[in-house]
Design a binder for this molecule. Sequence first.
Ligand SMILES: Nc1ncnc2c1ncn2[C@@H]1O[C@H](COP(=O)(O)OP(=O)(O)OP(=O)(O)O)[C@@H](O)[C@H]1O
Length: 362
Amino acid sequence: MSRARGADADGDASDPLIAVDDVEVHFEKEQGLFGLFDEPDVVQAVDGVSVDIGENDVLALVGESGCGKTTLGKTIIGLQEPTEGSISYRGRDIWETKAGNTDLSFDDIRSSLQIIHQDPGSSLNPNRRIVETLSEPIRLTHPNVSAGERRTRIYSLLERVGMTPAEDFASRYPHQLSGGEKQRVALARALLMNPDVILADEAISALDVSLRVEMMDLMLDLQEEFNTSFVFISHDLSNARYFAAHGDGRIGVMYLGNLVEVGPPDRLISDPQHPYTEVLRWATPNLALDASEAADPPMRKIDIPDPVNPPSGCRFHTRCPEARAVCKQEQPALRALGDDHRAACFRTDSDHRYWESDPIED
Ligand SMILES: Nc1ncnc2c1ncn2[C@@H]1O[C@H](COP(=O)(O)OP(=O)(O)OP(=O)(O)O)[C@@H](O)[C@H]1O
């Protein structure tokens, strides 16, 4: 599949840090033995997503399992190539840069865009002391830095992420650390590169509830101190709200590969403009707004459609209590509602033919 290229060979100062332009990521599903001669199924993991990320910005992506959060996050940091659309870093198409067609180096871009996984244990080599794990990226990217300078930098970062005394933690192996401590090491490792963006992919989900806020606060402090932007992925709207509100950022709600609402956290939660955002709010116990809120989810159907064969028009129309015939035929685009708030629902437009269309009741 060919992709439209979105950016120039060299950017200018007005370019956003990251520009995601009409990005699509489709995966061919692995075929079983009996399907070898059939056309492969294609999972439409991300479709038609456009969003910018600025300096020192926060975008918290939420949505149910399989809606494409990780795929979009990895695309944003250049770990996943889109099948259509473009993704640029400071005005340069990341994948054109990889092909050597811009004035930046792909390695520099990749080291500016870091990731912290849900399970930090899996990304730490069990046979290496923490100091060795943290030394390696510095050695690879800055071969001229002396061992002493490396050690100073590693110790100061370990201290900064709350692992003191640093010498003690540096000499440990991963199995000698708790889950929270491993996650702090992963954060220190991401920060070693002075990144512009850190993708925190469910980075707090595996931690004890009592440690989650502490870890979010640490990331938010470092966001300011290191002038780093965060793409924070969570299936939990209340965590996304906390992170986006304290980081002065936005929440992006994903549904079946589409970004259906983006906006400032308080506004998006107190006055959701997409019916799927209402479902997420309903499903988040500590965001239930008042006792009159329904015991049943604000949906017609519970089943999640198959991303191999998503519904036509608005992908949420099969479950949406507000769906009308037009929602089956046309796909709504994200529409600006002011204050950095956008939603992809015809109901945000009082002149739309949605209002004359017949309700879907099956
Ligand atoms: N490498 C891949 N090959 C095939 N399908 C994939 C691949 N990666 C993801 N998918 C599919 O793409 C869809 C989106 O997956 P993704 O992991 O991005 O969703 P998610 O919202 O992050 O889910 P979760 O919260 O469960 O991690 C899913 O249907 C998933 O099975």
